[in-house]
Design a protein around this ligand. Sequence first.
Ligand SMILES: Cc1cc2nc3c(=O)[nH]c(=O)nc-3n(C[C@H](O)[C@H](O)[C@H](O)COP(=O)(O)OP(=O)(O)OC[C@H]3O[C@@H](n4cnc5c(N)ncnc54)[C@H](O)[C@@H]3O)c2cc1C
Length: 390
Amino acid sequence: MTDLPVVIAGAGVGGLSAALAMAAAGRPTIVLERATELSEFGAGLQLGPNASRRLRRWDALDPLLAHGLAPTCVRIFSGESGREIVEIPVADAQRRWGAPYILAHRADLLRALADRAASNPLIEIRLGREVEGWSETAERVTVHAGEDIAGAALIGADGVRSRVRAGLRLADPDRPVYARRTAWRALAPADAVDPAFLAPASALRLSAGAHLVHYPLRNASVVNLVAIVEDEWNEPDMADVWSTEGDAGYLAARFAGWSADVRGLLAAAPQWRRWPLFMRRPIARWGRGRVTLLGDAAHAMPPFLAQGAAQAIEDADALGAAFARLKHPAAAIGMYEQARVARASRVQAMSVRQGRIYHLSGPMAAARDMSMRMLGPAGMARATDWLYRV
Ligand SMILES: Cc1cc2nc3c(=O)[nH]c(=O)nc-3n(C[C@H](O)[C@H](O)[C@H](O)COP(=O)(O)OP(=O)(O)OC[C@H]3O[C@@H](n4cnc5c(N)ncnc54)[C@H](O)[C@@H]3O)c2cc1C
């Protein structure tokens, strides 16, 4: 029985990390990915020390650092005036939190994970296999994905619109929830932007109902831009919208009151894509029997703490640790959920709260800025200890 592989639905950051963590625990896995090739979509990711520590454990950090960048600080600005409010030092992340803070392209992270997985005999990745359902007996799960695959357990790492989650019926209703915010993402070529934007730092610019994050990527050859705006997205089929092309004119109008240098940065992006942001409501259990969830399938959150991928990586690590300790898959899954549900739910809730704080207006925004100034760099760094020092 224990010879059966664990089947993982989805080869995103979560699924590939889970395969590496399970391999480190000596457990074979089959990763089923519905796409016919590993996706290159997405753009920049900030990976906190809680993520990079685990990537290092799976030998996936060094290849990532070859393209990625370790920033010196996260700088927080007022959007309209362009004045700096405070900065959070992260250059000493290794000393303070035990691992680096890095800026990476999602495609580079996926490649680093996929390369490690490809060279591991315990991991098999099958592309073009969509998990449609499963049946479970006392001894195994049989996963239906065009073919039937017998496994010791099924891990649903199939993203925010998880089919595995739908099949588990853990809550009613239990659908992705639109966060009433849209992320506009672009990459601006380095030669089209003011060199000040190429400094090795992550910038966060706050204003009422919108904020902007930008940082250099890929050895500062591009600047990653993420503009988050509060809005309604009234297209009837939005539940199926992953991303669509965005109209730069709309964004320029939305940020018209901002400083000229930032408007110039936005204008340097050759193309924008907009992503309606979906999240999942926290649930008390992620699985049942031999089946559980991981990553966005379990706890999709808005990206305001830059923790979605990091939490998927934490999940994977905890899953591997549980399967290393306990032989029976259902017991290992119980241990995994025990280790993860409360922490991930807290990060979800804090991400939502952070989004509200970022978009405050008037006197509330002034109070926010004042309290950040009073905390200062050391206080701001201390405030993230709970997130990064795990
Ligand atoms: C604007 C924005 C900015 C972000 N910034 C950050 C950041 O700075 N830091 C950070 O840590 N996170 C960030 N995130 C979040 C992060 O991108 C996600 O949390 C993370 O990618 C989730 O990984 P996952 O593997 O759980 O899901 P996904 O990446 O969605 O992967 C799921 C995989 O499953 C496959 N799949 C789906 N259904 C099936 C099926 N039925 N059968 C087989 N395969 C299936 C999909 O094709 C996909 O490959 C950001 C997100 C957004 C939108």
